[in-house]
Design a protein around this ligand. Structure first.
Ligand code: CTP
Length: 409
């Protein structure tokens, strides 16, 4: 089988040196990578480095090897174009269709998925001009990874760092996998222009400053859902509770602790969302009183009684009061007995469109990398998902959400 062809566009930012690691990961995992730097990128990392690491010739402008028509061929032949780092200037050029060097020409001729990994100072990222350019690119189907937060070039810190090369690589690999799985030309970023909200992890309900009531949810399934949606071009808000997992690239992450905090964050995020997937394990009960000081043992040998109160059912609330007409609401249910019977009853009770039902058992569900489930739909359809990686279940969930989304405006 021919190696997938990847164009690595590099624009002129200090983070260009990090693109060397992305390049190495791409070549080592069997991709044929053609590096197309801009002239300014070569101020940071020279042509020899790109050429040696990629094993391919490197040029920046359209006037070399003109007989091969590189400004058209490179983009046409690519299975994926990833621009890392993408400077504010590069995003602006791409959004406006300028084509004054080989990379911008390549972007105009590419018909494959395109990923931008921006890196710039916080002010430049937050400037309305850049934000509008990013919105334009996303609307057209490009995946623009959200920059990371951290130390920037100087002494300053903020949003604008190039995401970790390993994360950019993950995004590229997911897109390429999906692209090769979905046969034919229709395999674009099918969630482009959509906003989806995913909750993940398990809430913790504090009893006192050192103790809480919690559950065993790892958050892996929710993260797989968020990453899969981002790879399919969606803008993703991930509301995360106590997972300890690093923020995935290209996803807006809101960190929460308790069920009430998760409810508040999810309700805020769904205001303009096309779909919401509640993969989080939300505590049904919380201690009625939070003890401001640590609860101490008494000398009489007795144990305290903890009174619990009910938490709101967020999924049922989302389904009953849809923030937008036609918003798709998806729930999860972990069951130990009569899995399907309980699942069907839960789908009805919660009023959601889809319910992913899985059986809690060894090697499945909590903390594991794999899952097996049946996705129940409110129209009676039932889709079994065989035992496999949580990423595969995530793709099936989005495949089932897709036809239920209201038509794009
Ligand atoms: N959920 C929620 N709010 C809660 C509890 C659960 O939004 N307070 C959501 C979960 O995120 C999940 C779904 O509801 O998507 C199913 O959760 P589950 O705990 O299985 O359902 P319960 O209604 O709590 O049913 P059970 O009586 O079986 O615990």
């Amino acid at each position: 089988m021919a190696k997938p062809k990847v164009v690595l566009g590099v624009s002129g930012g200090i983070a260009a040196y990090k693109a060397c690691e992305l390049l190495r990961r791409l070549t080592e995992s069997g991709h044929d990578v053609r590096v197309v730097p801009t002239d300014s990128a070569l101020h940071f990392v020279g042509e020899a480095t790109w050429s040696a690491l990629s094993g391919n010739p490197v040029s920046t402008e359209v006037w070399e090897s003109v007989h091969e028509v590189p400004h058209v061929r490179i983009g046409q032949a690519a299975d994926l174009v990833v621009v890392a780092p993408a400077t504010a200037d590069m995003l602006a050029k791409a959004a406006h269709g300028l084509a004054d060097d080989l990379l911008t020409n390549t972007l105009l001729t590419a018909r494959c998925p395109v990923v931008f990994a921006p890196a710039m100072h916080t002010e430049m990222w937050e400037h309305p001009a850049t934000q509008e350019n990013v919105a334009t690119l996303r609307r057209r189907g490009a995946v623009v990874i959200e920059p990371a937060v951290g130390r920037l070039t100087g002494v300053d810190t903020g949003k604008g760092r190039l995401p970790d090369p390993a994360e950019i690589f993950d995004v590229c690999r997911n897109i390429l996998n999906r692209h090769s799985l979905a046969r034919g030309a229709a395999a674009g970023p099918d969630l482009a222009g959509r906003h989806v909200v995913v909750s993940a992890g398990g809430t913790r309900e504090p009893l006192d400053p050192v103790r809480y009531l919690g559950n065993r949810s790892s958050g892996k399934q929710g993260y797989a859902l968020a990453k899969a949606a981002a790879a399919r071009g969606a803008r993703v808000t991930l509301v995360e509770a106590n997972t300890g997992i690093a923020d995935p690239a290209g996803v807006d992450v809101v960190h929460v602790g308790t069920a009430l905090q998760l409810r508040e964050a999810v309700l805020k995020a769904v205001a303009d969302a096309d779909a919401v997937v509640m993969a989080a394990a939300v505590a049904d009960f919380r201690p009625a009183v939070y003890a401001a000081g640590k609860i101490k043992k008494k000398d009489d040998g007795g144990a305290p009684t903890v009174e619990l109160v009910r938490n709101p059912d967020i999924l049922a609330e989302l389904a009953a009061e849809r923030a937008l007409p036609g918003q798709v609401v998806v729930g999860f249910a972990a069951e130990t007995d009569d899995v399907l019977v309980n699942g069907r009853e839960k789908l009805r009770r919660k009023g959601c469109d889809l319910l992913v039902v899985n059986e809690v058992g060894e090697r499945k569900t909590f903390g594991s990398e794999e899952n097996e489930a049946v996705v129940l739909a409110s129209d009676g359809a039932e889709t079994p998902v065989p035992y496999g990686p949580k990423e595969a279940l995530a793709e099936t969930v989005w495949d089932l959400v897709l036809p239920r989304l209201r038509s794009a405006t």
